[in-house]
Ligand binder design. Sequence first.
Ligand code: PEP
Ligand code: MN
Length: 337
Amino acid sequence: MKPDATEAQVEEVLDVIRSLGFKPHPMPGATRTAIGVTGNQGAIDPAHFEMLAGVSEAIRVSKPYKLVGRDLKHDDTVVHVGDAEVGGLEPVIIAGPCAVESYEQTMSIAELVASTGVKLFRGGAFKPRTSPYSFQGLGEEGLKILRDVRERFGLRIVTEVLDTETADLVEEYADVMQIGARNMQNFSLLRRVGQARKPVMLKRGMSATLDELLLAAEYIMAEGNYNVILCERGVRTFADHTRNTLDLSIVPAVQHRSHLPIIVDPSHGTGKRHKVIPLGRAAIAAGADGIMVEVHDHPEHALSDGPQALLPDMFRQLVNEVKAIHEVIAEANATLL
Ligand code: PEP
Ligand code: MN
């Protein structure tokens, strides 16, 4: 649409798309609204739209993904979570334990996270574990603890939705619904969170290509949920000095093709706490919209992922460094302009 297009003109375009039997996807941007069309099998004659008032141009999208791509929407998408912005001017930090283990453990880590000014808290109540005998999470009891964290500290909650059966429950308690690496191509789950009214954080599958990641995001957006955050968390390679190989090159690659924000998880990406700060710094330097890290005050007793959890002092250090690195880059960019 043209930058000055009115709401009525946008509505008119939506009506025309519906009358043709297709699904319209209006996505407001910083300068103008883009309207995606899905449901068509072949090409649609652009003449249907070009004549309508307020329309700037009708673009045929040739990529396998439509709604995710910059062809359709050039402006970066900013996902609002409470008063935090993912994809905005400031880098975002999501921090917390791997799993919600108990009321006391969660509150104590939440207090630490809140004291640094970080606004988003993570913690799994439903855990995808490699072994069926490992701690599987506290389930709804864990979600209630997370709700108390939001009430007590004002932190917004990022938590994983493991399956469609528990999606209603997670949607009720979460501020951001996380899709884990193992579920990146669970297409019924992607469709389900696409129907949710909460933002979704989609983690890259451990052997997923960039196109596969973007098409997984497309599943969510095709259902009408445009608040999607991508997350790089490392992929499987031959390297055995690290839990996964954190692929920071996907950050500029995503930004080239997609308007969606992308953050980086150096905790699962490396598996060892001494690597989390260096790779967290690097993620911000590479232009990521933020990082997600695991933190624990007693990692030796953690029920999952203790070895990769940052200790409180390390976490405070990383928060300061993220700010400092981001400032240096923003300043350098400003002098280039
Ligand atoms: C997590 O972030 O809690 C998690 C399980 O990570 P991943 O899905 O990337 O393995
Ligand atoms: Mn974990």
